[in-house]
Each structure stands twice: as C-alpha cells, then as structure tokens.
Design a protein around this ligand. Structure first.
Ligand SMILES: Cc1ncc(COP(=O)(O)O)c(C=O)c1O
Length: 384
C-alpha cells in the first residue's frame, strides 16, 4: 500500500463493464461509411446488416446451420425473445449466481410463471453446482456473470445428447471466451461489451434444435411483435438474413462492423481472448501482492477475464457495517474518477461492496498495469 500519488496514469481510463471501452484507435471517423438517411431495407442497408451477421459468424465460429439475428432491446431483448418464444413445453432449470441470472429467474418464475421451474443458485463469488442441471430440462444460464466476475469454466457439464435446450446469455463472454457451439442452443449478446460497440441491439443465435422447437411449439401467451420469430408455424428466415423485425440504428451497425473488422485485423478470437487474459493476468499479479484486495470469484477456474470483480479484505474495511463498506468502496471509485484515472469501476449495486474492472479485449494491458498503483493510492486515501 502506498500514500504517494503514482506518476503514471492509464492512457485511457475506460474500465466500465458496459458500455465498454472503444477499440484502441477508435475515432468517429470509423463511422464515415455508415448507411445513413436510407432505409435499412434498401440494398446497401441490408448489405450492412447481412455483413454484421456474416462477420459475427466468421469470427465467433458459429456453425453454418445455426441462425443469427440482430434484434431489438440489446441483450435483454434477445434473451427475453428466446425465453418467451421457447419455454413452456419442458421443465426449466435456471442458474443464478449474480444479478443478471436473477433477472432471468424473475422472467421465468414470476413473469412467465412456469410452474415446473428449478432455481439453482449460489452466492456472489461462487458458481452453483452445474451437475444439478437435468439434460431433459431447458437450462437458462449466463456464460459470464458480469456482476460477480464468475464464469462457467467450460461446457463439459452440458450433455451432448440432451433433450432440453440450453439458453445462454453470453453478453460479457462473447469475443473473449471460447463458446462451445454444440453445447449451446441459444446464445445472446450485445454489441457494447467485449468489442466496445454501441448499445441498443441484441444478437440472437439459434441452433437447429432451437429452430425445431420454434416451429413445433406455440406458446400459450401473447407474443409482442418485437419477439415474433415465426409466421404460420415457420421460422421467418429473413430475420436471419438482416431483415430486422423493426428499425435498427445504422450508425450502431457501422460501429459494430468497425469493431468486427478490428477483431479480424488483430487475429480473431485467439487474439481477443489473449488480450483479455493478459489484462486479467496483470490484475492477478497485483492482487497477489495486495494486502487489501482479492478476487470476488473464489475458484480461479471460474474467474472472469472480462468483468473482474474485486472484494476488499483489509480488516479495517471488513469491520465496517455493510452500508459503510459500500460507501468506502464507492469513495475509492469516485476518487479515481475525479483523478481521471479510472471511470465507472464501482462494484454493481447489488453485489458485495467492492470494485469491478473491465478487462475485455478493447482495454490495453499497459492501462491495467498503470491503474494498479492508483488502486493502492485510492484505498490508502479512503482508509485514512
Ligand atoms: C450477463 C448480462 N446479461 C444481461 C445484461 C443486460 O444487457 P443489455 O443492457 O445489453 O440488455 C448485461 C449487462 O451488463 C449482462 O452483463
């Protein structure tokens, strides 16, 4: 711990967990070829949307027989489209180990009111027992819990010969972690996370089994237009070719295309993952030395390389009442924001008091390294 103000600041103080830092070198110039003032259904408009789908498939290695759609309402829109369209015919297992998983529990148990639902939970920092899931049930889960920094280590716990569907919210995982496609029937994410795109749009990826469910099952509840993926019992193929259900922002589409091109230039998933891993390693090196901070994720195998959550273990801090802990953690974050060193690194409001530092691919490792002495400095200031 040090009381001295560090000499070097991160070149880019952007460590927010969403919207995340833009890619290195991004300027508004990246948007100059946007298809603006035109219909998104015009030839050039549709070509942009199709290119976003095709490049997504190429970079993520999405199998040719999986369908990819751009949908409304960001990641939440995509997840809820899947829950409302697919759930009902089988029992459902919902995994929850932090706040976004809890949101899907609310949707399934309280909004859709599906009686045959099992909620498999754990506390912040832990992963629930994945083996409790039943392959004959539909399984709803997050690949990476953004608010606790805990991710599933792999897909080995998902049966290859399952009868149920796996519905995976992968918004803070896609482009930074390997997604084992044969284990996943529905995958969703948004543009503003690992690639640092703009918010508003969701990606919905469906396996052939998910499509078969859509075409064989008609939910007993009303479906909003923005969620309707089928017509007369058949999937609407155009939605998966860039004919969005309603109007997208072509400025955001251009920005996503720019992010995808950057991802391609640097070497795709291996390079993106390595950038996030390197950022996590830089933080881990510091955590190892630190006498006041530790990872919230207890098991290193489940530690996120994107939304890295830290708890404060200093005895002065742990002796404080919960409210005072929250206030102290917020003070560290706001001190660093005031210094222009780190923006938006307060822990999530529902998580245990601490800090959350985005380590996704658009963040430079040199900036994480420059940040760590400042964390020590800010903690020392607040403790004083
Ligand atoms: C795991 C997870 N799910 C869902 C969401 C909600 O995403 P959006 O705001 O894109 O709907 C977030 C946002 O941070 C998230 O991290």
């Amino acid at each position: 711990m040090t009381g001295n103000r560090p000499a070097v600041r991160p070149a880019r103080p952007f460590f927010s967990s969403g919207p995340c830092a833009k890619r290195p070198g991004w300027t508004p110039e990246a948007l100059k070829d946007a298809c603006l003032g035109r219909s998104h259904r015009s030839k050039p408009g549709k070509a942009k949307l199709k290119a976003a789908i095709d490049r997504t498939r190429a970079i993520l290695g999405v199998p040719a027989d999986y369908r990819i759609a751009i949908v409304a309402g960001s990641d939440t829109g995509a997840v809820e489209m899947a829950l409302w369209s697919l759930l009902g015919p089988r029992p459902v297992d919902v995994l929850a180990w932090e706040s976004f998983g809890e949101d899907w529990v609310t949707d399934v148990a309280k909004q859709l009111k599906l009686k045959d639902t099992r909620i498999i939970k754990s506390a912040y920092g832990e992963l629930p027992d994945l083996k409790q899931t039943d392959p004959s049930h539909d399984i709803v889960f997050l690949w990476n819990g953004t608010t606790s920094g805990v991710r599933v280590p792999d897909g080995d716990w998902i049966a290859d010969d399952r009868d149920g569907l796996t519905i995976c919210d992968a918004t803070s995982a896609a482009y930074a972690m390997d997604l084992p496609w044969p284990k996943l029937d529905v995958v969703t994410f948004s543009w503003q996370k690992v690639l640092g795109g703009e918010g508003g749009h969701g990606m919905l990826i469906l396996s052939p089994r998910a499509v078969a469910r859509l075409e064989s099952y008609n939910p007993p509840w009303p479906m909003a237009k923005t969620s309707r993926l089928t017509k007369d019992g058949k999937i609407v193929e155009g939605i998966f070719e860039g004919e969005t259900i309603n109007t997208p922002s072509m400025l955001c589409v251009e920005d996503y295309l720019d992010a995808l091109k950057w991802a391609e230039r640097i070497g795709g998933i291996p390079a993106l993952t390595e950038r996030a891993d390197a950022n996590l390693r830089a933080l881990a090196t510091w955590v190892k030395r630190s006498d006041w901070a530790d990872f919230l994720a207890t098991d290193p195998k489940t530690r996120s390389n994107t939304s890295v959550c830290l708890k404060i273990v200093d005895p002065w801090f742990t002796a404080l009442a919960k409210d005072a802990q929250g206030a102290a953690a917020s003070k560290i974050a706001s001190l660093l924001e005031k210094e222009g060193v780190a923006l938006d690194i307060g822990g999530y409001r529902a998580a245990p008091p601490g800090l959350r530092i985005w380590c996704g691919a658009t963040v430079e490792t040199s900036d994480i390294e420059a940040l760590t002495p400042w964390l020590d400095w800010a903690f020392a200031q607040v403790k004083q």
